[in-house]
Write a protein that binds this ligand. Structure first.
Ligand code: GAL
Length: 308
């Protein structure tokens, strides 16, 4: 994805690969991928629906992450429509795939709008009660991929609360105030300003790897976060209908993966803001529900809006 800076230079702001097979490599961390059937973590890969226990892949320590080894990032999607502005993709995830119940038909439409936005619209239908949580896992560096870390990017998150985690990055179930913590991004702040603070939550994530509770009404398309590249001055707003957004500051990037443009994936050289239902919500009574019933249609929209 290229965005012009103030001098009209086209800046490449999303990390990716030249070779398609690398996107599916299980050792490569979900670059630019559509994540499903359930984005983020599920405790011990277990959840219960209608008194029946379901087990999904355990692929991240003791937990399930991002849909399992053959999550939606690792499958072939069918192209239903394509033109200069939009591409519509679909995938049929069959009953019991990665352990999830129900045949789930998923559609994802990417659209470039006339307001300098990349819009992602998700929809899905199931034939059995199931769980769903879809997101996009783009890694951004608004100064340009390969142009240093993202620690001096300036970030604001429209969240008074976040969901703290345990040492395996599973939410404790609490929803706590960001006030007085390194998680307070209600006013714009450098991503790196407090990232190495002596804080147990930051230790667990090796930096930020946490879900923020966006200040919004249910299903409302609202501002989740705004980020500015300190060098390029490119700004990005993220708006979403989802209740949460995961800030992941590339803490596990380790320089071992070579990205498009021959740049290594150095630690914290990109960030992700993954709009989502809260992690482990199938096991958390007080989190917004991620259930999808056979008569319902799942719908979710996220917009990335750019300025220079
Ligand atoms: C993030 C997740 C991180 C890490 C990363 C991929 O979405 O929250 O913990 O797994 O994906 O490396």
């Amino acid at each position: 994805m290229f965005v012009p800076d103030q001098q009209e230079n086209q800046i490449s702001i999303v990390a990716g690969f030249d070779i398609i097979s690398l996107y599916k490599n299980p050792d490569v961390a979900y670059y630019g991928a559509t994540i499903g059937r359930f984005a983020n973590r599920i405790t011990k890969g277990t959840f219960t629906l209608n008194d029946k226990i379901y087990k999904v892949d355990i692929n991240n320590g003791p937990n399930h992450l991002h849909g399992g080894n053959k999550g939606f990032h690792a499958v072939d999607w069918e192209v239903l429509e394509i033109n200069e502005h939009t591409i519509l993709l679909s995938y049929l995830s069959s009953d019991k795939e990665e352990g999830y119940p129900g045949n789930l038909q998923v559609f994802v439409r990417y659209t470039l709008t006339d307001n300098n936005e990349m819009k992602i619209e998700y929809s899905a239908k199931t034939d059995q009660l199931t769980i769903i949580n879809l997101t996009n896992h783009a890694y951004f560096n608004l100064n340009g991929i390969g142009n240093g870390t993202i620690l001096n990017h300036v970030l604001a998150i429209n969240a008074d609360h976040y969901t703290p985690v345990d040492e395996t990055l599973i939410p404790t179930g609490d929803i706590i105030s960001v006030k007085g913590t390194p998680f307070d991004f209600r006013h714009p702040e450098r991503i790196g300003a407090r990232i190495d603070n002596n804080d147990l939550q930051l230790k667990y994530g090796e930096g930020y790897d946490h879900n923020f509770v966006i200040n919004k009404k249910e299903n409302e398309l609202a501002l989740a976060a705004s980020v500015e590249g300190d060098l390029s001055k490119i700004k990005m707003d993220i708006l979403t209908t989802e209740p949460g957004v995961q800030l992941y500051t590339g803490n596990f990037m380790n320089g071992n993966t070579i990205l498009k443009g021959s740049h290594a994936d150095h630690r914290r050289s990109a960030f992700c803001l993954e709009t989502q239902h809260f992690p482990d919500s199938p096991n958390k009574k007080y989190f917004p529900s991620s259930l999808l019933f056979p008569d319902d249609i799942y719908k979710s929209t996220t917009l990335f809006r750019f300025y220079n």
